[in-house]
Design a protein around this ligand. Structure first.
Ligand SMILES: O=P(O)(O)OC[C@H]1O[C@H](OP(=O)(O)OP(=O)(O)O)[C@H](O)[C@@H]1O
Length: 184
């Protein structure tokens, strides 16, 4: 089963995947899709406030954050990692429980990221916002730094995320019943 939609001018068929016995979601994977990544970055930037740094969470938000930073004139971007790496110093961390991952994940940034973010105007971006847990976790990390969050953007706002007033997005993404019909 697929859900067909047009994202930033690109028609795509998103495969439906089970979350549980009652809920299916459409998988939007920007990895391997340069055309959608570039087009979505361009459309989001057209709606974006002034910013200095793009921030996202590992992993699927990374190509979008990179491309937005690049198209905006090679601005900085910071990736909140989902695991500690040996080269990271003075790590600050929080946990994240997203809709598409079946276990609690960690989010962390290190001293170099903090230096990049300090005193800057920060734009948080992700491929999808669904429960909003990933966004909350990114914000929990950023709260520990003296910076200004100027916007929250995603390509697709899934389910009830589309009714939030604090996210700018390109398209709504419905959630589905097990037979592939859209959940009302
Ligand atoms: O609003 P939420 O319910 O948090 O869901 C949205 C998040 O879930 C997905 O990532 P996921 O955590 O599955 O990890 P991945 O990008 O590493 O695959 C997606 O890329 C968002 O970051």
């Amino acid at each position: 089963m697929f859900y067909e939609m047009t994202i930033a001018g690109c028609k795509r068929q998103l495969p439906l995947c089970p979350v549980n016995d009652e809920l299916y979601i459409a998988a939007f994977i920007m990895f391997n899709d340069v055309e959608v990544t570039r087009a979505a970055a361009k459309e989001l930037l057209a709606k974006a406030p002034e910013f200095d740094v793009v921030v996202t969470a590992e992993a699927k938000g990374i190509p979008l954050a990179y491309e937005m930073a690049r198209q905006a004139g090679n601005k900085d971007y910071v990736v909140c990692r989902k695991g500690f790496k040996l080269y990271m110093r003075n790590v600050i961390e929080t946990s994240v429980d997203s809709i598409t991952t079946d276990h609690l994940q960690k989010l962390c940034i290190d001293q170099d990221d903090v230096e990049t973010l300090k005193g800057r105007r920060v734009l948080i971006v992700d491929d999808v916002v669904s429960t909003g847990e990933s966004l909350n976790s990114i914000e929990a990390l950023l709260k520990q730094i003296d910076l200004t969050i100027v916007g929250r953007m995603c390509v697709l706002a899934e389910g009830e995320a589309a009714t939030r007033g604090d996210i700018t997005y390109l398209n709504e993404l419905p959630v589905f019943n097990p037979d592939g019909t859209v959940k009302e």
